[in-house]
Structure formats: structure tokens, C-alpha cells
Design a protein around this ligand. Structure first.
Ligand code: PLP
Length: 235
């Protein structure tokens, strides 16, 4: 016991140092605790340390943990979202990081309108253009922003990327810089209803570099909860 608290103290120290190095304020960066596969008791330890924003990559896991975690936490969906599951989480999540098609945005808009809520979303951009990854291409981004910006009950807050898995985080610096530049470029187009301020980038292996390059949300799982154990799939 206590290791989660120690891990968080360690991560916090590095986040603060990265903010300091890059002349940014600590409160301008959200440390999102990625709680996928982690049970409610352990998540509560993180919440007790002040990490009240939780990231999950599966709709089902948010549903399973939602009641037990109570109203004081904020859920972020960070993984691939299927259109037919939007209805389950539309009034449960604070931010959907992983929008990567117009079809999905349209469904989110429709469901948000029906519930009388405004959905906050990020566009997931596959900056490194990896075949295995979800996300739109850099050169498709502006057009997608324009199309989504006219839909009701949905607001594009910014951009997100899942950078390649690398040993040396410096290898991802260029991708983070590119995502920031893309956000600045699109904002400069002065599209109606579009003023993006969120950059969700950086995970356990590279969040310090991401902060130096302008991340406003870093998504940290392993660094907080330790290595994940994935349950065997039931047949
Ligand atoms: C699992 C996951 C993370 C956290 O990864 P760690 O390396 O454990 O910090 C961040 N973002 C997304 C989209 C994830 O699926």
C-alpha cells in the first residue's frame, strides 16, 4: 500500500519541473489518471491524492465504475468510441478525446441534443501517420473541424494524439510540436465557434516532453498505477 501515493508524488514532481522548464503554470496542465483495468479501490487512492479526472478507453469500464466512483470525479473517454455506444456515455463524460470521424461527431451531436447537454470533444490526430493507430491525418483536420463546428450541441475543445511507443521520449518531440502547430494554424483560420485550447498528448513514457511542447492534458496510467494486468478474455 501507499505505492500509488508515492507514484503520484513522483509524477507530480516531474510535471511541475516540466512546467517550470517551459515557463508554464502548473494549473494549466491537467494530469489525467488513466484508470483502465484498475479497480475502484485503487482508483480511489488516486482520487484521494487529488487526481479527480479519470481516463478510460472503454465505454463499458466507465459504466462499470461510474456509480462506485460517485459524482466528484470527471470521466474522460480516451479510447476508440463506436457510434452505437455513444448513447451510453453521452451524459457521463466530461471530454471525449478520441473523435476521428464525422459520422461519430454527428452521432455525439445527435445524442447530446436529445439529452440537452453539450458534448466537449477533441479530434484525435494520427500525427505520426502510423497504420495501426486510429485518428485522422494532419491534412484532413481543418476540413473535419469545419464540418463538426456547425453541428449542434458539440464543441471542439482541441486536439489529441497517441504518439508512437518509443524508448527515447525525445523521438516524439517533433510529433507533439506538430500537433501544437496544427492547433495554432486552425485557430488562426477564425472558423465560427472554433477556439481550441486543449492539447491532449503525452503518456507515461513521454509526458514531460509533451508538456514542454504545450500539452494541456497528459494521460498517465502506468506511471500512477503501475503495470496493467489485462484479464483473460472470456470466451
Ligand atoms: C492506456 C492509455 C494511456 C496511458 O498509457 P500509460 O503508458 O500507461 O501512461 C494514455 N492514452 C491512451 C489513449 C491510452 O489508451
Amino acid at each position: 500500500m501507499g505505492y500509488i501515493k508515492e507514484n503520484i508524488a513522483e509524477v507530480e514532481k516531474k510535471v511541475a519541473a516540466a512546467c517550470e522548464r517551459s515557463g508554464r503554470k502548473r494549473e494549466d496542465v491537467l494530469l489525467l489518471a488513466v484508470s483502465k483495468t484498475i479497480d475502484v479501490d485503487r482508483i480511489k487512492e488516486a482520487v484521494d491524492c487529488g487526481l479527480t479526472s479519470l481516463g478510460e478507453n472503454k465505454v463499458q469500464e466507465i459504466m462499470d465504475k461510474y456509480d462506485a466512483m460517485g459524482p466528484d470525479v470527471k470521466w474522460h473517454l480516451i479510447g476508440h468510441l463506436q457510434t452505437n455506444k455513444v448513447k451510453y456515455i453521452i451524459d457521463k463524460v466530461d471530454l471525449i478525446h478520441s473523435v476521428e470521424s464525422l459520422k461519430l461527431a454527428e452521432e455525439i451531436s445527435k445524442r447530446a441534443e436529445a439529452k440537452g447537454v453539450t458534448a466537449n470533444i477533441l479530434l484525435e490526430v494520427n500525427v505520426a501517420d502510423e497504420e495501426s493507430k486510429f485518428g485522422i491525418k494532419v491534412d484532413e483536420c481543418e476540413e473535419m473541424v469545419r464540418k463538426i463546428s456547425v453541428l449542434p450541441n458539440i464543441v471542439i475543445r482541441g486536439l489529441m494524439t497517441v504518439a508512437p511507443f518509443v524508448e527515447n521520449p525525445e523521438e516524439n518531440r517533433g510529433y507533439f510540436r506538430q500537433l501544437k502547430q496544427l492547433l495554432v494554424d486552425i485557430n488562426s483560420k477564425k472558423i465560427d465557434n472554433v477556439n481550441m485550447e486543449v492539447l491532449s498528448m503525452g503518456m507515461t513514457g513521454d509526458y514531460e516532453v509533451a508538456i514542454e511542447e504545450g500539452a494541456t492534458i497528459v494521460r498517465v496510467g502506468t506511471g500512477i498505477f503501475g503495470a496493467r494486468v489485462y484479464p483473460e478474455k472470456k470466451q
